[in-house]
Each structure stands twice: as structure tokens, then as C-alpha cells.
Design a binder for this molecule. Structure first.
Ligand code: NAG
Ligand code: NAG
Ligand code: NAG
Ligand code: NAG
Ligand code: NAG
Length: 358
């Protein structure tokens, strides 16, 4: 009798797991099309058509003048760093290193455990020997998101004045330098950028464009989440081959297999349930390890600004908003609300309007 019940329980759990996994995989596939920060699921519940709509209890117009009177609370910063360190050590989790693998090893995708990834010779030769963030600390850092809220912000100089600048998804800089700056110390690149922006690097013209963009990195870190979900491996391989062939000066890094779970765990213990943290939130969480003061720019997941003017999804392309609901893989409004709360407490500084840096 007891045995039967036990079997029944195991069976139910298995079925639940399968259902859960299948849903996850569906999401992974949709997710892969648009990338880690791209939103893949169409809106459903909270479609915002109006800048003055209330969202999670605050009105967008409350967000102007957030910078006035802001002060860093260093005590709180230290507490957060210690808490995050209980879940991940960004110095280590920022990248797997060469000695952890040999060519030919297979690993399971982080968000798709049934599929595997082969460590190629090319990838192995680009794994760093030691963490690219080893022994690094900075007084102030900038994490730059890609929201259109940066346009006409004049934030370029201020962003470049930070000791360490993190950028997302290989966003273009030169044409937007006044608003976004040029300095990059750490740049993320989802494999999905390759088909979406660089024509899968199929022809020479696209390859040249891509190479020119990587040359702008000027020997800083290029961070490629290669092991998250299946689908990007051939893009990662082509990128790696180009880097080697043209001896491009970039310091490649590939996040550890536990990073995303650890980041999710940290936020979950703070009662923030974010299943799939966005690149921006990952970067903030990692930056707590290295930076005393963290300034966020270009984080604005709403199609209108505080005065009701339209805001582009990305400052540099025509991608549309598609994630007003909390049903999608990312929970941008919830992330934003969380960051805003941390801003109010002086744990970080969120800049969503113009900069007045000299
Ligand atoms: C926007 O919201 C305000 C207040 O909720 C309302 O008066 C106004 O008609 C709305 N505008 C549009 C275009 O829906
Ligand atoms: C800074 O944060 C700590 C911890 O949350 C809090 O106890 C302290 O009152 C804060 N200090 C200021 C000046 O707000
Ligand atoms: C990984 O490598 C193994 C052995 O080298 C090979 O059999 C398998 O097809 C490879 N898988 C992929 C997805 O390339
Ligand atoms: C990091 O610091 C330690 C001790 O201060 C030193 O021994 C080590 O060589 C440093 N590593 C790097 C990569 O700079
Ligand atoms: C490239 O990096 C070097 C060393 O970090 C720095 O001195 C130089 O100004 C950078 N060049 C550009 C164009 O950013």
C-alpha cells in the first residue's frame, strides 16, 4: 500500500516536471529568437497605451526628478554585496575558465537540461585562464541598458566618467555617443544578435561590420552567454572563429553554468520572483561584487516617458515593445520596480531623464 502510494507520488511529480519542462522549452525557443533581453511573448494583461496609466502602483510621472537629492547609502551597498555573495561570486561566475573543460566535453544547457553543448577546440582556446574580473574593484560603475529613454539624454559624458562601464548586447555607440558615451569595459552579446543584427555573418560585408564593432571593444571583455539555451551554438562558433582568425583584441568570457540560477535565488530570497532575469538585472547583480556605487542608465521598460512622450524600445533600432505583461520570460516592469525601490534607498542610482554632467 505504502509502496503504491509512493509510486503514485513519484509518477505525479514526474508528470508535473515534464509539463513544466515542456512549457520551459516552448519559452526557450521563443526566447531564443529575440535573445536574452528581447521580449518574445505578446502582451496580454497590462497593455499600457497611456503614459499616465498606473503601473504596479506608481505613475510614470512620479519618476521625473528621481536624481534630485539622491545619496549613496554605503552601508546598504555593503549589506547587499554580502547577501549576493551568499549566492554567487561574480568574480568566479562571470566566466568559466580554461582549466574547467577540455575540447570535446559536453555540457547541459542551463535552461534546457536535456540538450547538450559541445566544447569545441575554438571555444576552448578562447576561454580565459583566470576570471577577467579577478581582483577588480571600482568606486563607481555604470550599467547601461538599451532603452530609447537614452536618446536626447546627453548622458554620454557622465556614463564615460565612471570607473567601469558595462554595456548590453553589443549596442552601437559611435552614432549615439552624446547620449550613451563610448567607453566600454564589459559588453554582453547574446548569440541571437548574430542572426538579428549581423545577418548570421553569412556574407563578407556583415562579417566586416561585426569585426569593426568588436575592434571598438579595444581589448575589453566580451561576455557571451553561450550555454543558456540551445540554438545559438553555431553563431557562437562563427564569432569565436572570427575572433581567432582576425586576432581581434577582445577578452572573451562565457558565464558559468550556475550564474542565472544563483542570481534568481538571490532575488527570490528577497521575495522578488524573477524566473528569467534580464541581462540588465544580471549585470547589476554581478556589479555589486566589484563596484561601490552602481549607476544605471537606459533602464526603462515602458513605451512612454514620465511626460507621456513615446520612448523607443531600443535607442538604436525599431524593435517594438512586446512585454507589457508579467507572463513573458522576463518581468521587466517588476525588475524596474525593484530597481526603483533600491534607488530610493540609496543602494544604486537609476537615471531615467537627462544628465547634467558638466
Ligand atoms: C490617459 O489616461 C488619462 C487618465 O487616466 C485619461 O484621462 C486619458 O483620456 C487617457 N488617454 C488616452 C489616449 O487613453
Ligand atoms: C542606510 O541603510 C541602512 C541599512 O538598510 C539603514 O539602516 C540606514 O538607516 C541607512 N542610512 C541612511 C542615511 O539612510
Ligand atoms: C558532440 O560531440 C559528439 C562527439 O564528438 C558528437 O557525437 C555529437 O554529434 C556532437 N554534438 C553536437 C550537437 O555537435
Ligand atoms: C590578485 O591578487 C592576489 C593577491 O593580492 C595576487 O596574488 C594575484 O596575482 C592577483 N591576480 C591577478 C590576476 O591579478
Ligand atoms: C583603448 O584602451 C586603452 C587602454 O585601456 C586606452 O588607453 C585607450 O584610450 C583606449 N582607446 C580607445 C579608442 O578607447
Amino acid at each position: 500500500m505504502r509502496l503504491t502510494r509512493k509510486r503514485w507520488t513519484i509518477c505525479t511529480i514526474s508528470i508535473l516536471l515534464i509539463v513544466y519542462k515542456t512549457r520551459e522549452m516552448g519559452r526557450n525557443e521563443a526566447h531564443q529568437k529575440t535573445g536574452l533581453t528581447g521580449k518574445s511573448e505578446p502582451s496580454s494583461t497590462r497593455l499600457m497605451v497611456n503614459g499616465s496609466d498606473k503601473l504596479f502602483g506608481f505613475s510614470l510621472s512620479d519618476l521625473s526628478d528621481m536624481g534630485v537629492g539622491w545619496k549613496m547609502n554605503a552601508t546598504l551597498g555593503t549589506i547587499i554585496r554580502k547577501d549576493v555573495l551568499r549566492f554567487l561570486d561574480a568574480e568566479r561566475d562571470v566566466s568559466v575558465i580554461k582549466s574547467s573543460f577540455k575540447p570535446g566535453d559536453t555540457i547541459h544547457y542551463v535552461l534546457d537540461r536535456r540538450r547538450t553543448f559541445n566544447i569545441s577546440q575554438t571555444l576552448h582556446s578562447l576561454l580565459p585562464e583566470v576570471s577577467p574580473m579577478k581582483n577588480k574593484t571600482f568606486k563607481t560603475c555604470a550599467v547601461v541598458g538599451n532603452s530609447g529613454v537614452l536618446l536626447k539624454s546627453g548622458c554620454g559624458k557622465e556614463i564615460d566618467s565612471h570607473g567601469f562601464v558595462i554595456r548590453c548586447n553589443l549596442a552601437p555607440l559611435v552614432e549615439f555617443a552624446d547620449d550613451v558615451g563610448l567607453r566600454s569595459d564589459f559588453t554582453t552579446m547574446n548569440p541571437s544578435v548574430i542572426p538579428r543584427v549581423y545577418g548570421a555573418l553569412r556574407d563578407e560585408r556583415q562579417q566586416e561590420r561585426f569585426i569593426r564593432r568588436l575592434q571598438q571593444l579595444n581589448n575589453s571583455v566580451l561576455w557571451i552567454p553561450a550555454f543558456m539555451v540551445k540554438g545559438g551554438e553555431r553563431h557562437v562558433e562563427i564569432v569565436n572563429q572570427l575572433i581567432l582568425k582576425h586576432k581581434l583584441k577582445v577578452r572573451t568570457a562565457y558565464p558559468s553554468l550556475r550564474l542565472i540560477h544563483a542570481v534568481r535565488g538571490y532575488w527570490l530570497t528577497n521575495k522578488i520572483n524573477i524566473k528569467r532575469p534580464s541581462t540588465g538585472l544580471l549585470m547589476y547583480t554581478m556589479a555589486t561584487r566589484f563596484c561601490d556605487e552602481i549607476h544605471l542608465y537606459g533602464f526603462w521598460p515602458f513605451p512612454r516617458d514620465g511626460s507621456g512622450n513615446p520612448v523607443k524600445y531600443h535607442y538604436y533600432d525599431g524593435l517594438r515593445y512586446r512585454y507589457f505583461s508579467n507572463a513573458g520570460p522576463h518581468r521587466m516592469p517588476l525588475e524596474f520596480k525593484t530597481l526603483k525601490r533600491l534607488h530610493s534607498k540609496g543602494a544604486l542610482k537609476l537615471t531615467t531623464s537627462k544628465c547634467t554632467y558638466p
